[in-house]
Design a protein around this ligand. Structure first.
Ligand SMILES: Nc1ncnc2c1ncn2[C@@H]1O[C@H](COP(=O)(O)OP(=O)(O)O)[C@@H](O)[C@H]1O
Ligand SMILES: [Mg+2]
Length: 286
């Protein structure tokens, strides 16, 4: 999973030349795998899919959940607000988040651009986010086509109207971007409510609710297209729809800051330090 993630998002051509397109032996892939094993106790996963920012996988245990690796910082920020929310205020139409962290000291190279003045290539460096969340049933790729097409069109329309594209957001201030996200989220909620009124689609109503529930926590989200939405049975006859990808969103300046997750050093590893037995300076690290 971790090598698939890097192969998917990392744009470092030197590393690709050295390790091949699969990244299996790349040190960061191994580090990431150990971080997941040591901190989450997850040793085996099944990849569910990935978009432009990351990759998600199901844990193997019975009734297992989902772990996700992403380079979308807003998903880690939003995830942190959600994991800190009280059970009473947790949005009913968003998957339950057990944790969201930045991975310590690990970066991937994202998009690059050439500056013709200095003739230098610039690379965007991204932190890596790790999330653990409830698993839902994604909308059927082949069924649910009306619903998926409807959600996709409304989300695309709102993103277009409010200019919510990554390359635009990167260039404006956080406050300006947040204002755009707020208005886009409200507009999208209203559009989805219209769909519900006209066509009685429960999914549109539930996802509209999710946008309102998230705003109540200070999270302004818009990317609720059909491939980011799933369902769970809520009773023998009914289901509840939930958003599982809360990236491309905005949290307020007072939101709790994400914490970092990294390697846990075991006693055995400390003991096997390479300097054991040879003369060292007092200031040297052992
Ligand atoms: N909580 C989840 N439950 C079930 N499937 C999921 C979950 N999270 C992700 N997936 C699956 O993995 C795919 C990619 O995950 P997503 O979070 O949308 O990644 P990205 O941020 O790259 O778009 C989804 O389309 C979906 O099929
Ligand atoms: Mg997605």
């Amino acid at each position: 999973m971790t090598s698939a993630f890097l192969a998917h998002v990392d744009r470092d051509e030197d590393i690709e030349r050295e390790y091949g397109p699969g990244y299996e032996d790349e040190p960061r892939a191994k580090t990431l795998a150990r971080i997941i094993e040591e901190n989450l106790g997850v040793h085996e996963v099944r990849i569910l899919g990935g978009g432009s920012f990351g990759i998600a996988a199901a844990t193997a245990e019975e009734g297992g959940d989902v772990i996700k690796l992403t380079i979308d910082a807003s998903e880690v920020e939003t995830g942190t607000v959600l994991t800190n929310a009280s059970p009473e205020s947790y949005p009913a139409n968003v998957v339950h988040l057990q944790g969201a962290w930045y991975v310590r000291k690990l970066r991937v190279l994202g998009d690059s651009w050439f500056d013709p003045k200095t003739e230098i290539w610039h690379y965007a460096k991204h932190r890596v986010g790790l999330l653990r969340m409830e698993r839902v049933n994604p909308l059927d790729r082949f069924g649910d086509t009306d619903v998926r097409a409807g959600l996709r069109e409304y989300v695309a329309y709102v993103k277009h109207e409010y200019g919510l594209w990554p390359h635009v957001i990167r260039k404006i201030s956080r406050a300006k971007a947040r204002d755009k996200f707020l208005h886009a989220s409200i507009a999208l909620e209203r559009l989805l409510m219209f769909v519900w009124e006209e066509r009685h689609e429960q999914v549109a109503r539930d996802i509209a609710r999710a946008l309102g529930q998230l705003r109540a926590l200070g999270i302004y989200a818009v990317d609720v297209h059909g491939a980011n939405v799933g369902w769970l049975p809520s009773s023998p006859e009914a289901e509840i729809y939930k958003v599982f990808d809360i990236g491309m969103s905005s949290v307020g300046p007072g939101a709790p800051k994400p914490t970092e997750i990294g390697r846990k050093r075991t006693d055995a590893e400390a003991y096997e330090a390479p300097v054991l037995g040879r003369p060292v300076k007092v200031a040297e690290l052992g």
